[in-house]
Ligand binder design. Structure first.
Ligand code: KIV
Ligand code: ZN
Length: 513
């Protein structure tokens, strides 16, 4: 329950609904890393997964529940007793937990998906929420497809859920169909008919680009919990974007008058962490965090900003955690400097891990004069959070240029610890390299995306390559960073292959289980 009537709770579902976004699958260690960053960001509730849906989700919910202490940890469940028991088991060690029970309430979903009558939905809600309330002190109930549900039936189901023990009622716009005024009216109608101490939550999808607008309209109508994801990732067009909501409530505080606990200077680090984990770059024009969000191209705007930034900037880059100059470490930096810097960036590593990063910092500093936060972060992700590799690059050599000989790549790799060598030609150096890796690993994935990004300025910048491949319907995203972009490309490609292999292993483990 919020401490004051004007306090808005942020419920982050990046690890559950967000992960349903195509290509956004995360490994367990990546989800833990993301959950730690969400805790630093100050979200109130983290939905860590749908424990009953797979062994991987169960493991994620239970590990996040053990590791995270400040935020409340939630697990999604259908109105099925076995789902609720499984979630309760996964949340056993959480300091603060929440069971999030849902059932669809729209005529379409009840008839075609659930094949249940409205009476059966009411009974299932009562039984499940009652059972959940016996297992946990905190139960949230969601009417899936609420915005297309009959209003009075939706209220009736909500009342059943309250009587059975739910203290938060979530009204999702599951298919992103609602418009702000209409959605606000639905929330106001519900608010008038339920006790004041029950929190109304909203969960909006972005199919018509209205997720943030609908969420804000619902808050004005009495909702006090906003469900959102970092960068708005999620099923189809995604969910309401957490950073946009937080900044609307912050920049327009005099208009809304609501309190929240988001530390806005952790917004950019959080979006960046997600972007690196899922291997999807932040779009240039993305509100709040895109590279163009604070760039002023036209002369008139530049002159205005120089005279007074407020002429064209309604918030500062610093307020969302975008540092203008973050020159950090060099060749002579010691262990303490690296450790302190990492902690400031939200990475809490043990002594051996700090040593590993320090070694990597020194070797990068030999090649590159100035190291920035982004360089350091790239090293940490590369050295510490990389998933265990089935395929490992040992050496690569590439020859290209206008020599009359087609570009050629030579490589040495280890596959499950066995050394293999190969050389081959291609239309360009990256093509030669990727074909050689595909041949040596015996895999034939389709390359769907290849993107190069210079992480920091200068020709000695660390190059970051993102590769997206697909094979038999499964998608693997890989990242690699290195001052040599050919080397970064090879790392990214092998990383994508490793992630695909890991995904397949997890699927077959689950099928066996
Ligand atoms: O979009 C939706 O309806 C959901 C519910 C399960 C909360 O994600
Ligand atoms: Zn959803």
């Amino acid at each position: 329950m919020p401490a004051s009537p004007n306090r808005v709770l942020f419920f982050d579902t990046t690890l559950r609904d967000g992960e349903q976004s195509p290509g956004a699958t995360m490994s367990l260690s990546e989800k833990i890393r993301m959950a730690q960053q969400l805790e630093l960001l100050g979200v109130d509730i983290i939905e860590a997964g749908f424990a009953a849906s797979s062994a991987g989700d169960f493991e994620c919910v239970s590990t996040v529940a053990r590791e995270i202490t400040k935020a409340r940890i939630a697990s999604l469940c259908r109105t099925v007793i076995a789902d609720i028991d499984r979630s309760a088991e996964a949340l056993r060690h959480a300091k603060q937990s929440r069971l999030h029970v849902f059932i669809a309430t729209s005529p379409l979903h009840m008839e075609y998906k659930l094949k249940m009558t409205p009476d059966q939905v009411l009974r299932a809600t009562d039984d499940a929420v009652r059972h959940a309330a016996r297992c946990a002190g905190d139960v949230e109930f969601s009417c899936e497809d609420a915005s297309r549900s009959d209003l009075d039936f939706m209220v009736q189901v909500c009342k059943v859920a309250i009587d059975a023990g739910a203290r938060t009622l979530n009204i999702p716009d599951t298919v992103g169909y609602a418009m702000p005024e209409e959605f606000a009216a639905r929330i106001a109608y519900l608010k008038e008919r339920i006790p004041d101490d029950v929190v109304i939550s909203v969960h909006c999808h972005n199919d018509l680009g209205m997720a943030v607008a609908n969420t804000l309209a619902a808050l004005r109508a009495g909702a006090r919990q906003a469900e959102a994801t970092v960068a708005g990732i999620g099923e189809r067009a995604g969910n309401a974007s957490l950073e946009e909501l937080a900044m609307c409530l912050t920049v327009r505080k005099p208009y809304y008058g609501y309190e929240h606990a988001i530390k806005t200077d952790q917004i950019y680090p959080t979006v960046r962490t997600l972007s690196r984990i899922i291997g999807q770059p932040i779009p240039l024009n993305k509100p709040i965090v895109g590279a163009n969000a604070f760039a002023h191209e036209s002369g008139i705007h530049q002159a205005g900003v120089l005279a007074n930034p407020e002429t064209y900037e309604i918030m500062t880059p610093e307020s969302v955690g975008i540092a203008s100059n973050n020159l950090v470490l060099g060749k002579h930096s010691g262990k303490n400097a690296v450790k302190t810097k990492l902690e400031g960036m939200g990475y809490h590593l043990d002594a051996a891990q700090v040593d590993t990063v320090l070694g990597a910092v020194k070797s990068l500093a030999d090649k590159k004069k100035e190291l920035y936060d982004e360089d350091l972060e790239a090293l940490v992700l590369e050295e510490i959070y990389r998933i265990p590799d089935k395929y490992r690059l040992v050496h690569i050599g590439v020859q290209s240029g206008d020599t009359g000989v087609p570009p050629c790549a030579m490589l040495v790799m280890e596959i499950d610890g066995v050394r293999r060598e190969h050389a081959g030609f291609g239309v360009g150096p990256v093509d030669a390299l990727f074909s050689a890796i595909a041949t040596v690993t015996g895999r034939k994935p389709k390359l769907e995306q290849y993107a190069v990004n210079a992480i920091t300025g200068g020709t000695d910048a660390l190059g970051e390559v993102t590769v997206r491949i697909s094979e038999d319907g499964a998608v693997g995203v890989g990242r690699g960073s290195h001052p040599d972009i050919i080397n970064a490309s090879a790392r990214a490609y092998v990383n994508a292959l490793n992630r695909l292999a890991k995904k397949r292993e997890e699927i077959s483990r689950e099928q066996e289980a």
